[in-house]
Write a protein that binds this ligand. Structure first.
Ligand code: GTQ
Length: 346
C-alpha cells in the first residue's frame, strides 16, 4: 500500500466528518492533541487587583445600588484570561463584597460553598444556619453548601470582605440549587461563642458524628491564626518557598474546611526572597499585612495590604517581602487531591 494519501483523501475525510457530524459524532484524531496535553496550559493569567483602586470602586458601587437590591453587592474579580465567566481561576470565583452600615444582604442558600476573608471594617455579621458570626479584619469564615446565610451591618462603618466560591466546580457537575426563604434575615438561635466552644478548643462534643465533608466550625478568627504563625516562626526554620504556612483545618476530621476549597495563611519575614514554586492548584491570595513583590510567569506585581492576586495553575511564582507579610490564600486543592490530580514542584 502506498504511504502517500490518494489526491482525494482530504475531500473524502471531509465528507465523512460532515456525515457523522450531523448525528453528533466527531473524529478524535482531529482534536486529540488539544484534549490530552503534556502539561497544564491554562488561559488564566497572573494578575493583581490593587486595593487602592478597588476601594473607591466599591464605595462608588455603594452609592449606586443597595445590598438589598443587588442581593449581594459584589465586584467580581475576573481573571483577565477568562473574562465574562465570573471566575478568578478556571474552577473558582472571587469577588469583593461591600455592606454599608444599616444594610442587610437577604438570606438564601445554595449548593455552592463560600468563604469570606474580611478585608476592612468591623461590626458586620454573617449568619450561617441560625448562628450569627460577627466579623473582624483577617477573620476567615465559611458558608457551607446548602446552609442559609444572610449578612448584615448594624455597625457604623462600611465592611468589605473577599468572597471565594466553587461556582465553576458545581457548574461542571450541573448540580446547582438555590432557595430563598420568606424571611430576609434568619432568626438566630445560636451564638458564635457556642460553635467556638464546641469545635475550636481542640475538643469535640463527645458524641459528635457527621457524614459531612465540611467543617462544623464557621469562624476562624485572625488573632488566633496570627498568633499560631508567630509561634511557628519562633519554633521552626522558614520554608524557602512558602515562609511559615498553615492550612486551615476542619476540626472534625483534620481535612480542609470545605470539600472544594483549601485555605491557607502564610507569614513571610522581612527581606524574604521566596524560591520559585508551582502547583496545579491555581491560587488566589489576599494580603493581610506587609508589602513586597509577587512574581509570576515573567510578570511582577508590587503588593500591599488588602490587594488580591492570582497565580494560575502550573505557572512558576515566588514572593519577595520588603516588610514582614501575612497572606491569606485559597485554591481547589481538596478536589484535585480527592481525584489524585494534585502536583507541586519546588
Ligand atoms: O454572599 O451569598 O460573592 O451567593 C456571590 C454569590 C457572595 C453570598 C458572592 C453569593 C454570595
Amino acid at each position: 500500500m502506498s504511504a502517500v494519501p490518494k489526491p482525494d483523501t482530504q475531500a473524502e475525510r471531509k465528507a465523512f466528518y460532515d456525515r457523522i457530524d450531523s448525528r453528533n459524532v466527531t473524529p478524535l484524531w482531529e482534536v486529540l492533541h488539544g484534549l490530552i496535553i503534556k502539561e497544564p496550559n491554562t488561559l488564566a493569567q497572573p494578575f493583581l487587583w490593587p486595593w487602592a483602586q478597588m476601594r473607591p470602586w466599591l464605595m462608588e458601587a455603594g452609592q449606586l445600588i443597595s445590598a438589598e437590591e443587588a442581593e449581594r453587592r459584589v465586584l467580581v474579580l475576573e481573571n483577565p484570561g477568562l473574562r465574562g465567566k465570573s471566575r478568578i481561576t478556571n474552577s473558582l470565583y472571587a469577588g469583593l463584597q461591600l455592606i454599608m452600615p444599616g444594610e442587610v444582604a437577604p438570606a438564601h442558600r445554595h449548593s455552592q460553598s463560600a468563604l469570606r476573608f474580611v478585608i476592612e471594617g468591623n461590626g458586620a455579621y454573617t449568619s450561617v444556619d441560625g448562628e450569627r458570626v460577627f466579623m473582624a479584619p483577617g477573620d476567615f469564615i465559611i458558608t457551607p453548601s446548602w446552609t442559609y446565610h444572610d449578612h448584615g451591618n448594624p455597625g457604623n462603618e462600611p465592611v468589605v470582605w473577599m468572597d471565594g466560591l466553587d461556582v465553576a466546580i458545581v457548574e461542571l457537575f450541573d448540580a446547582q440549587f438555590l432557595e430563598r426563604p420568606e424571611a430576609r434575615v434568619q432568626s438566630t438561635s445560636k451564638t458564635q461563642g457556642e460553635s467556638f466552644a464546641r469545635f475550636a478548643t481542640t475538643m469535640l462534643p463527645v458524641n459528635y458524628k457527621t457524614t459531612s465533608h465540611t467543617s462544623p466550625l464557621f469562624w476562624y478568627p485572625y488573632d488566633r491564626s496570627r498568633e499560631a504563625l508567630h509561634a511557628l516562626s519562633k519554633a521552626e526554620p522558614v520554608d524557602p518557598a512558602q515562609g511559615w504556612k498553615l492550612r486551615y483545618a476542619n476540626p472534625g476530621n483534620g481535612g480542609y474546611p470545605m470539600p472544594t476549597i483549601a485555605t491557607f495563611l502564610q507569614l513571610l519575614p522581612k527581606g524574604f526572597k521566596g524560591q520559585d514554586y508551582r502547583s496545579t492548584d491555581a491560587t488566589s491570595f489576599c494580603v493581610m499585612e506587609g508589602r513586597g513583590t509577587f512574581h509570576c510567569g515573567g510578570q511582577s506585581f508590587a503588593y500591599g495590604p488588602k490587594d488580591v492576586f492570582i497565580a494560575p495553575s502550573w505557572r512558576h511564582w515566588h514572593l519577595d517581602a520588603d516588610e514582614e507579610s501575612v497572606i491569606f490564600s485559597f485554591s481547589d486543592r481538596p478536589v484535585q487531591q480527592a481525584l489524585d490530580l494534585w502536583r507541586e514542584q519546588v
